[in-house]
Design a protein around this ligand. Structure first.
Ligand code: ADP
Ligand code: ASP
Ligand code: MG
Length: 402
């Protein structure tokens, strides 16, 4: 069972979570619980660390930022024990949850289940602090924002659990973010692959890496509400277990985008490598790419997108390599956003992208960059149109609730 920030936002909510865990234990199940920090806590801690030292010493940033989860793990273990359900807390390093050394967005490498299994043998509920692990250098690491989902699924995989239940402030995965489309509909099931695309394209209901681990280790993931726990929620499952296959299952959006254009670069072999090599070396993730035909045949323009937080690093890397690339101008734009439609049904329904483009045309929304895969179409548009775009697509693809 995993409980997110809003689910443990204050002591009353922790008492409520305690009663849900207790019910599960009373049904005869062995339970490991993963908790997030109280809502707002991680932002506060990130703010403090940044204020004191904006750039330096990532390992110490993680020491600070990981503490939010320590508090809630301790509090929930206290509440459980006090109410007659013996429990103990676990920090990432105590288990240990081993990660690589990429502080701030570390990847879980291994989880040794020995200690947790011993904890179950003693009849204790294990309450694990989410979002954190320990590197091979024995430093505290954190898994990136939303990382408690990943802790929970990884622990479920390590324990060979029957299921990983993610309790949050919505009662499942919706066709799109219910905060911007009130008529969004809860999905009974979603395939791992679709959920992976939804998450990586911006739906923050699950951290992308958690879905990846669930898919790899075949852990069924259920998303359900802490506040209406009797609902069925959404099951993230194998594609074969899904009967209804509409062309589009869901819509995701991301405002965390920046667009970079290199004007009048030579149109010859090796230029793309001269651009994307230095970006990779600088650790910048490039997402969408489009190469335009320029006025004369020897020069071309190249546009690509990166995460907004990586923009400055990307520009620096390009400017350093200016001589090798040979561009006339370098421009960038942060007023852009990405809107994506996702669905395994796309494989067998032709014309899905066309419906998306026509919908945008009717609303006068200009498409700047397009990228596709077998089960998704993403477009880059001006940020001001995001909500309109998502709402219009939602009805164009017949996703509305009744
Ligand atoms: P937690 O703190 O429990 O981890 P999050 O805030 O990380 O919760 O994730 C839940 C939120 O994800 C919801 O409140 C909702 O606004 C947002 N969200 C975005 N896309 C979706 C979607 N497709 N389905 C459900 N929720 C979504
Ligand atoms: N507390 C962390 C965050 O706010 C991890 C999580 O909630 O999943 O990102
Ligand atoms: Mg979350």
């Amino acid at each position: 069972m995993k409980f997110g920030g809003t689910s443990v936002a204050d002591l009353d909510r922790i008492r409520h979570v305690c009663s849900l865990v207790k019910q599960q234990v009373e049904r005869g199940d062995r339970v490991a619980v993963t908790v997030s920090a109280m809502a707002g806590e991680t932002n506060k801690l990130v703010g403090w660390a940044r204020e004191l030292a904006p750039l330096h010493n990532q390992p110490e940033h993680d020491v600070v930022v990981a503490t939010g989860e320590q508090i809630t793990a301790g509090l929930l273990a206290l509440a459980l024990s006090a109410s007659g359900t013996p429990a103990r807390s676990w920090m990432g390093w105590q288990i240990p949850i081993r990660t690589n050394s990429t502080h701030g967005s570390a990847r879980i490498e291994t989880i040794d289940p020995t200690e947790l299994n011993a904890c179950f043998q003693e009849g204790l509920v294990a309450v694990v602090a989410g979002f954190q692990g320990v590197t091979h250098e024995n430093r505290v690491s954190t898994l990136g924002r939303g990382g408690s989902d990943t802790s929970a699924v990884a622990i479920a995989a390590a324990l060979r659990a029957d299921r990983c239940d993610i309790y949050t402030d919505v009662d499942g995965v919706y066709t799109t973010d219910p905060r911007i489309v009130p008529r969004a509909r809860r999905l009974e099931r979603i395939a791992f692959e679709e959920m992976l695309e939804m998450a990586s394209l911006g739906a923050k209901v699950l951290q992308t890496r958690s879905v990846e681990i669930g898919m790899l280790h075949r852990v069924p993931i259920r998303v359900l509400s802490t506040f209406e726990p009797d609902g069925e929620g959404t099951l993230v499952c194998d594609e074969e277990d899904i009967v209804e296959k509409k062309p589009v299952t869901g819509i995701a959006y991301s405002r965390d985008e920046a667009k970079i254009t290199l004007h009048r670069i030579p149109d010859k072999p090796g230029v793309a490598a001269a651009i994307f090599g230095p970006l990779a070396d600088a650790g910048v993730n490039v997402d969408m790419i489009v190469q335009n035909v320029a006025e004369d045949s020897s020069k071309t323009n190249l546009t690509f997108t990166v995460g907004r937080s990586e923009l400055n690093r990307a520009l620096e890397a390009i400017e350093k390599a200016a001589a090798a690339i040979g561009y006339r101008d370098l421009t960038h734009d942060t007023g852009v956003a990405k809107v994506s439609i996702i669905g395994i049904g796309m494989r067998t329904h032709p014309g899905v992208a066309q419906t998306m483009f026509r919908t945008f045309a009717e609303k006068g929304i200009n498409i700047e960059v397009i990228s596709t895969s077998e089960i998704k179409v993403s477009v880059l548009i001006a940020e001001e149109y995001v909500e309109l775009a998502v709402r219009t697509l939602h009805s164009a693809f017949d996703l509305e609730g009744i």
